[in-house]
Design a protein around this ligand. Sequence first.
Ligand code: SF4
Length: 206
Amino acid sequence: MGETLKIAISPSIQLGGSLFTPDQLVKIGSVVGADAKIEMTSFKQLYAAVSAEELEAIKDELERNGLEVYPAGFATKSLIACNFCKGADIAGLETAKSLNQAIAGIETPTPLKIGYAGCALGTSEPLIKDIGVVKMRERFDIYVGGEPKGLKTAFAQLLVSGVTEDRLVPAITAIIDYYKEHANGKEKFSKFVERVSLEQLQQIAG
Ligand code: SF4
């Protein structure tokens, strides 16, 4: 194999959580090849190294089989969503899908993890993500700056409460854009939140 690139493969956002079908797993194995290394990440994506030349064909084939393919590394990960156990409407499945579509795979100064929980039980652990969204009845709370790694772990802090569905995607994308524009080099998102302040980010999120 010549030049290789790592790709991130995710199942679609769906009721029941991050479910791969057996056919999808077989398809992944067959398109990346018998010698490929496939890595299970902690953020619900599979990483696979593929030939740069074959990237587009592999991506098309995986997408035809209902999978999503994103860049690995310094990008927003696909939405780390809960299992929507309270049902599509109550847990906000369609909103989560729209949010995933808007945020997954954006190039960012450091890899960014965005969590989504359909209720306050928060089983997708939104408070230890860079950005966490929690559906509270008909509205959404947004948390920022969770830090699960290292010895200085921290919970994300509440940024804005009571965000309406139509304002959710614009608010999250505005935060990501602001981070892209104002991060100091590869500044971690939790450090960035500390430096620019919650108040400043509240204004950005509108
Ligand atoms: S966060 Fe709430 S809706 Fe989502 S899986 Fe957990 S308990 Fe169910």
